[in-house]
Design a protein around this ligand. Structure first.
Ligand code: ATP
Ligand code: MG
Ligand code: MG
Ligand code: MG
Length: 562
């Protein structure tokens, strides 16, 4: 492409509101523009990068036997009402009405849509398993959109859903996705780790997040320094949504029971303000006590007692009462001393064993025993304490280190969480109607682009790897008013294109300094400068990532590039 024919509005200055490097550079190098908070336009270069990410994803998804579909972004409220998420998803769900006052949501995720699609079509186990994916804009009204593409309100996601007649079949698909994701992020050149995650918003035991290791990551990963063990210690954000996600219409009804305490009631009980209070609720489940910690700034007007399986709220408890009940010092997990980031609990933990359930996102601290497999089993509440770097790894191999990560992908075994309330069933080989067993698998396509951008850059701009660079070669005739330079530039451009290279030709009448600065900023892997030595048939070739330069004869360019 000729630069005069495309649209690459580079900026000299760093935009004031862009906090992280990827965001700054994507703006400065003319890849994206912000429309409003968390909403972006992709300009030609940005669109090309995005497309390359998509291509890699498509190839690996298809290799894993998932087929592409395209589902509606505009989703009728009725679907979300079936699973109860209409009431529980909260403010992140963008809602709107049509001219007849019918309610809709803009797709934040597509479990309901795809489940409803298949329930009318797949009625026999003979048609299972089936795995479908799409790449589409998602809408989430994030509380804090930030870091450019990393946390947008409209962003591109690859989401896949698989449907099975047995858990074994789901297990297989899950492993295949694990492999596909590993291939995708490896091909993209990312420094990543698959970590065991809180099953948070969706439930089920197995779920992994793919984390790109990065200082600006919002998640903290605990990993072993000498084994593959790695887990997210978040237990944050997701949990409110999570418990809400479990809502089925039946549960929605139950919510209205007098057992339920609102956050205001809790605050009143504890003698604090709703904003300040972190509450300790005690549940009794199968004769075991469960402590639930919740914090005030979430919309937990409806702390969903009912969502804790088999649990009944015995009462709100003061720290003293909890201490008595559980026979342990709970000062550190009581209503007052919790780090700000402590949010809610995990109900899946309740299903497994007694758990002191809490989480923390702060540097260097984490409550242990959050989930048996992913954290640190303890014998009793007396053992509850913060986990530190340097603790032994739960798998017995090595010691725990912490790192920051950007969540680029997330895979889940959903089980029948959606198929059950939505009555999406098939007939098994005995002719019995069973709910589909499901898995879901997401990748933040636009977030991946930002994560790659974050990783591949230096002081002067991007250093894109070949697989994702918007073009492979940048031809820069230094002075296009010079006939020799201009013509040699054009010739080379035509030649390289004919050999299948993706080429950008800087045919602008700009000063050399501007051209070089822009070329560094855009960061294509190979730059070919057509300058003074053009008259002698000599070109300067620069490898962007390493900074190496070579002088090559015009005739040898093709051979050398290969
Ligand atoms: P996060 O914890 O960052 O809010 P999530 O757990 O809510 O992400 P999922 O529901 O697991 O996100 O969605 C699948 C993938 O979509 C995530 O792994 C992430 O890569 C991407 N994603 C989620 N929210 C955003 C967003 N606001 N902007 C860009 N990408 C996002
Ligand atoms: Mg989120
Ligand atoms: Mg997450
Ligand atoms: Mg996630």
């Amino acid at each position: 492409m000729k630069q005069t024919a495309t649209f690459i509005p580079t900026l000299r200055e760093t935009p004031a509101d862009a906090e992280v490097r990827s965001h700054q550079l994507l703006l400065r190098a003319g890849f994206i523009r912000q429309n409003t908070s968390g909403i972006y336009s992709f300009l030609p270069l940005g669109k090309r990068v995005l497309q390359k990410v998509e291509t890699i994803i498509r190839q690996e998804m298809e290799a894993a036997n998932s087929m592409e579909v395209f589902l509606p972004a505009l989703q009728q409220a009725e679907l979300w009402q079936e699973t109860g998420r209409w009431y529980s998803y909260g403010d992140e769900l963008m809602r709107l009405k049509d001219r007849n006052d019918r309610e809709f949501a803009l797709g934040a995720t597509h479990e309901e849509v795809i489940t409803s699609l298949l329930r009318d079509e797949i009625k026999s186990y003979k048609k299972l398993p089936l795995s479908l994916f799409q790449i589409q804009s998602k809408f989430r009204d994030e509380k804090r959109p930030r870091f450019g593409l990393l946390r947008g309100r409209e962003f591109l996601m690859k989401d896949a859903y698989s449907f099975h007649a047995s858990t074994e079949s789901l297990d297989e698909a899950y492993m295949d996705m694990m492999k596909a994701y590993t291939n995708i992020f490896t091909r993209l050149g990312l420094n990543f780790r698959a970590v065991i995650a809180d099953s948070g918003a969706i439930g089920g035991k197995d779920n992994h997040e793919f984390m790109v290791l990065s200082e600006i990551g919002e998640d903290t990963i605990a990993y072993s320094d000498s084994s593959p063990y790695a887990a997210n210690i978040e237990m944050a954000e997701v949990n409110v949504t999570y418990n809400e996600t479990q809502d089925t219409p039946k549960e929605m009804e139950k919510k209205e029971t007098p057992d339920q305490k609102t956050i205001s009631q809790v605050a009143e009980f504890l003698g604090t303000s709703p904003d300040q209070c972190i509450k300790t609720l005690v549940f009794k489940a199968d004769d075991e006590f469960v402590v639930v910690l919740a914090r005030g700034d979430h919309d937990i007007n409806d702390v969903k007692v009912k969502h804790v399986a088999n649990a009944t709220l015995i009462d709100l408890a003061t720290p003293e009462e909890v201490k008595e009940l559980l026979g342990c010092e709970i000062g550190s997990i009581g209503p007052v001393n919790l780090p700000d980031s402590v949010r809610l609990f995990a109900d899946h933990a309740v299903k497994t064993i007694v758990n002191g359930v809490a989480g923390a996102n702060e540097d260097g601290v984490h409550y242990i025993n959050v989930t048996p497999e992913q954290d640190f089993p303890v014998e009793s509440y007396a053992d509850l304490r913060f986990i530190q770097e340097g603790d032994p790894s739960p798998d017995g191999k090595g010691t725990i280190k912490f790192a920051k990560g950007i969540e680029v992908g997330h895979i889940f075994k959903l089980g029948t969480t959606y198929s059950e309330p939505m009555n999406a069933t098939f007939l098994n080989d005995q002719g019995k109607a069973m709910p589909y067993i499901m898995g879901c698998y997401g990748i933040g396509v636009s977030r991946v682009m930002a994560a790659v951008a974050e990783q591949f850059q230096d002081d002067s701009g991007f250093t894109w790897p070949n697989v994702i660079a918007p073009y492979e070669v940048h031809i820069v005739p230094v002075n296009v008013k010079d006939d020799v330079q201009r013509e040699m530039g054009e010739e080379l451009y035509t030649l390289l294109k004919s050999k299948g290279y993706e080429v950008l030709l800087d045919d602008r009448k700009e000063r050399a300094g501007v051209k070089f600065a822009d070329a560094d900023l855009i960061g294509l892997p190979i730059r070919i400068t057509v300058g003074k030595k053009a008259a002698e048939g000599v070109l300067e070739v620069k490898i962007r990532q390493t900074g190496e330069t070579f002088e090559w004869q015009q005739e040898e360019i093709i051979d050398r590039l290969e």
